[in-house]
Design a protein around this ligand. Sequence first.
Ligand code: ADP
Ligand code: MG
Length: 244
Amino acid sequence: MSDAAIELAGVNKWFDTFHVLKDINLTVKNGERVVICGPSGSGKSTVVRCINQLEKHQQGTIRVDGVELTDDPKSAASIRSEVGMVFQQFNLFPHLTVLENLTLGPIKARGLSRKDAEEKARKYLDRVHIPDQADKRPVQLSGGQQQRVAIARSLCMEPRVLLFDEPTSALDPEMISEVLDVMVELAQEGMTMVVVTHEMGFARKVADKMIFMDAGEIVEEGHPEHFFTNPQSERCRKFLSQIL
Ligand code: ADP
Ligand code: MG
C-alpha cells in the first residue's frame, strides 16, 4: 500500500486557453487532513474536481492510492468508489427519502442487499447525529441536516478519502458548526480528508497541512502553526488578513 492517498505531480489544466491549474504538486498521506484556502476563482474546486475525475487535467499525473488516473472509464469508476465528495450544494436526490439517498449507491454500485444497505445507512445517520430523519425528504430538512445527510451518504460508500468543497458556504451561520463538528469527529477518527474551506477555526483544529492557492498556483503550504502566524508570501498574508 502506498503511503500517499493522493499525489498530484506537475498537474496543469486549461479551460480552453485559460490556464486554470499551474504546475500543482500536492501529496496527501493516508490519515492526513489537508485544508485548501484561497480567493474565489483561484482553482480550489478545480483541484478537487480533478482528483475526483469530474474534470480532466491535461498535463502531469494524479495518483489515488498509488493508481494513476487515466482516460480509461474503469479508472474513473474505481477512483470514484475510493474518493467521496461533499459539495457546497448538498446534491441530494429531492424525490428520494434520506434513507433512499443513502442506500442508492451501496445497492447500485456496491451490490449490497437492501437490508445491509439500510443497516449501513442507519449507522452513518447515527454518526452524523440525525438518526430520526431517515424517512424524510431533503426539502423537509434544514441545510445543516441536508449537508450531514450528504456526508453520511459519502460515508456509506466507505471511501478511503473524503473531499469537501466549501461544505458550509451555503449554510445559514447557525448551522455551520453542526456540520463542522461532524467533520472534526471524522478527522479525529482518522479519515483522510481534503477540505476546501475558509473556516479557519476548523482548519486550526484539524489540519495537518494548509494550502493557499491563488491564480491557479499553490503559493504557500505549511503546518497550520506557521501558516497562520507567519505566512511567507504577501498574497497569503493579505488573504488571511481579510478572512481572519
Ligand atoms: P475556486 O473554487 O477557487 O473559486 P474554480 O476552480 O471554481 O475556483 O475556478 C477557477 C477558475 O476557472 C475561475 O476563473 C473559473 O471561472 C474558471 N472555471 C471553472 N470552471 C470552468 C469551466 N467549466 N469552464 C471554464 N472556466 C471555468
Ligand atoms: Mg470553488
